[in-house]
Structures are given as C-alpha cells and as structure tokens.
Design a protein around this ligand. Structure first.
Ligand SMILES: Cc1cc2nc3c(=O)[nH]c(=O)nc-3n(C[C@H](O)[C@H](O)[C@H](O)COP(=O)(O)OP(=O)(O)OC[C@H]3O[C@@H](n4cnc5c(N)ncnc54)[C@H](O)[C@@H]3O)c2cc1C
Length: 381
C-alpha cells in the first residue's frame, strides 16, 4: 500500500499540499466540511514577492521569492491533471503613485527593492501610459515589475480540488474536532462523531480554524492566529472597454494602498483593506478602495459592480507562517497571513519534504509552529 497523508483544511494551502503529496506517490485524504470557503475565496491572488516587499522582513521575503520560483512548475503540473482554468497570468505588475508624497514613497521603495536585488524598472508617466493607456495622466510615479504575476485564487483552488479528486484523493466533508493521541497522533475526531485513524502523516492546514482544534501540541494554544479582515470587490468591464488594463496595477493614493487585478473573464478585482474589527464588508472601506482605484484608472467608474466581500487573513504576531513538524506524524501549515496564495507552492513542497525527511529551505526554521509557546519549543523533534 502507498504511504498515506491526511490533510485537514481545503483552502489553497491544504489543496496544494494534497497535490504535492500525490505527486510524491502518497494516497491522500482531505477533510473539510466546506472546501474553498475561507480566506482563499476572497483573495486577490497576486504572486508578488517584489511589490509586496516590506522593510525588515527578509526571512518572509526569502520565503516569498522561493515560492514564486516554484509557481510556474506547479501550474504546469496541475494542468496535467485538470482542464479547469487557473487564471494564471504573467503580464507583470505596475506600481504607481498618485500624488507627490506617494511618488516619494515609491522612490524609497525602489531603493529598498534595488537593495533586495529586485528586477524593477522605473518608467516615465508616458511610458507607463503607453503600457496601460487607461492609467490616469495625473499619476506621479510608476515602476514596472515584470516578475510579479497573478492567478485567480477561486479558479486555482477549484482546479487543485478537481486535480486531487480525479487522482483518487478521498474527500471527507466534515470538520475535525480534535487531534487525539500524544505523539504520534492516532485518531482525528470529526464533528459527525466519526473517528479517523491517523497512523499516517497528518497536516493541519485549516487556516484560522487550526487554532481551534485541540491536540497535545495545543494545550496552551501555541497557534497565535488572529483574523485580519480584508474588504475586496469585483467589477465587470463592459465589452466595449476591454481590456481596461492588462497588468496588475498596485498603487498608493495619499499613502493608502490599493490594487487592481485584471482577470481572464474581463472582470477586475479591486482590493484590499486591512483591519481587525468586524468580518462584514465595511461600507467606508469599499468607498475608499473604489475612490482610490478610480483616481488611478478613471474608467473604473464605468464598470458594472459585481460584488463586495470580506475575507479573514490568518495573521500571526510576527507575520511569519506556522510551518513545521510538531510531532512524529503531525505537520502544522497555517498562518500565511497576506501571502498564502503566493506561499502555497512552498508550503506544499515543504510539508512533503518534512515527511520524507528531505532538507528544507533555511528560512523554514523561522516558521516553527511552536515559537510563540516557549514552554513547548523543546518538544519540537
Ligand atoms: C482580501 C484578501 C486578499 C488577499 N490577497 C492575497 C494575494 O493577493 N496574494 C496572496 O498571496 N495572498 C492573499 N491573501 C491571503 C490568502 O488569501 C491567505 O493567506 C490564504 O488563502 C490562506 O489559505 P489557507 O488554506 O491557510 O486558509 P483558508 O483559505 O482560510 O482555508 C482554510 C480551510 O480550512 C477549513 N477548516 C477550518 N477549520 C476546519 C476544521 N476544524 N476541520 C476541517 N477543515 C477546517 C475551512 O473550511 C477552509 O476551507 C488575501 C487574503 C484576503 C482576505
């Protein structure tokens, strides 16, 4: 019989993890009452290690760059097992500033990106508008980042689910209530009362839900996850205006970030706020995003409104994921915060490498899932 892997959670992390276990020859079981119902279905889908660059986050930056490098091959392999679209596009990203202060901000960011060896090209406003004629002539600065790509997270997650099911994964549509047994964990108790034997590798990839599943490792809840809400919306570009833009446009408008992502179906995704108060779409946040998006690309005012939603990013205290082994057969893979779509390729590969006891990227050491529970850290194998 093949080796087995049980993956708890069918968001982008759990689904890509299922896929990579199958690639390594494992028989896979996925447990999720409602796959693709979490942060993944709200995400923008930017694969943007460069334009997401943050000061003093070099370890996170290392993870993001490594994962971006894995993506083209992951997409190619997923396409072998499903006909469903992924929305993967490699048209690049433009970073633009609205006013003079935003131009100064971008100038500082450019210096930091150059320090990080990023392939980024400053453009004149004329050059930027030649690439994207819908950009406002009143923008103050533009940078081009060809290496920052995108996919449609809803489409890609569905494609992954289709691929793993068509390759024989068992889907148990239920929720895990607890991970039982000390080390190794022996059974999973499901909400229906069913108990699933877990002699095989178990990967806890339940996004924010991971902190609510008790197990020996979580007596004091070391998974310090918190929801960071993001408002995001979709608009349809009328046939006569298509394509309004072809690259991802990320902007700063009076220091407020906003991004516009063109999709294959002619729609645009506009996001995203970042707040920690309530899980419902916030009217003021939607208003701000639309106003700022229209300031950068005025034609957005003539698009058709489709939806506004709000998703919860699984945040950690230091913005680094929780990814690592916490017992002989238990791997935790969550806490991907703002970058879970981008980091999914690396997360999935790392879980399999840990199971097969292969070497992982050095930066993974900084992702120890028990790092915020010092009394538990000595239990890490
Ligand atoms: C507005 C917004 C925009 C974003 N934009 C980007 C972006 O452009 N690029 C990027 O890289 N990232 C982006 N992100 C972040 C990204 O969406 C997340 O980091 C990523 O989706 C996390 O994936 P996940 O699989 O860990 O969690 P989720 O997608 O939340 O999935 C968790 C799954 O676990 C299941 N689950 C929960 N509890 C249990 C249980 N007890 N038993 C079984 N299953 C369970 C849930 O049903 C769910 O299906 C964005 C997020 C938001 C909200």
């Amino acid at each position: 019989m093949n080796d087995q892997a049980i993956v708890i959670g069918g968001g982008i992390i759990g689904l890509s993890t299922c896929f990579e276990y199958q690639e390594a020859g494992f028989q896979v079981t996925l447990i999720d009452r409602d796959p693709i119902s979490g942060a993944t279905q709200h995400a923008g889908g930017m694969l943007a290690p460069m334009s997401e660059v943050q000061y003093q986050q070099s370890e996170l930056q290392g993870l993001m760059k490594a994962s971006a490098r894995l993506y083209p091959d992951l997409i190619r392999r997923v396409r072998r097992h499903t006909d469903l679209p992924t929305g993967y596009r490699t048209n690049g990203t433009l970073l633009v500033g609205a006013d003079r202060a935003d131009a100064t901000h971008l100038g500082n960011l450019l210096r930091h990106m150059e320090f990080e060896d990023a392939a980024v090209d400053p453009l004149t406003i004329r050059e930027a508008r030649a690439l994207e004629p819908a950009l406002s002539p009143r923008i103050s600065k533009a940078l081009s980042i060809e290496g920052d790509h995108q996919l449609d997270p809803r489409l890609f997650a569905r494609a992954l689910l289709d691929a793993v099911i068509s390759r024989g994964a068992e889907l148990i549509q239920d929720s895990v209530l607890s991970i039982d047994g000390h080390n190794p964990c022996r059974t999973l108790t499901l909400a229906s009362g069913v108990r699933v034997a877990s002699k095989s590798t178990v990967v806890l990839a339940a996004g924010l839900g991971a902190a609510k599943i008790p197990g020996w490792f979580s007596a004091k809840n070391p998974l310090n996850l918190r929801p960071v809400y993001g408002d995001i919306m979709r608009v349809r570009v009328p046939e006569s205006m298509q394509p309004l833009i072809s690259k991802v446009v990320r902007g700063f408008v009076e220091d407020r970030p906003v991004y516009l992502i063109p999709r294959e179906d002619g729609s645009l995704t506009i996001g995203a706020s970042s707040r920690e108060d309530s899980p419902q779409p916030r009217t003021g946040a939607i208003h701000d995003l639309l106003r700022d998006a229209i300031r950068l690309v005025p034609g957005i005012a003539d698009t058709e409104f489709m939806e506004a939603t709000c998703g919860a990013r699984p945040g950690t205290p230091d913005d680094m994921p929780y990814l690592g082994r916490v017992g002989s057969n238990l791997i935790i893979s969550t806490g991907y915060f703002r970058h879970g779509i981008l980091l999914a390729a690396l997360a999935a590969k790392t879980a399999v490498d840990l199971t097969l006891e292969k070497q992982t990227l050095t930066y993974i050491n900084a992702c120890n899932p028990l790092r915020h529970a010092p009394e538990f850290s000595r239990m890490t194998p």
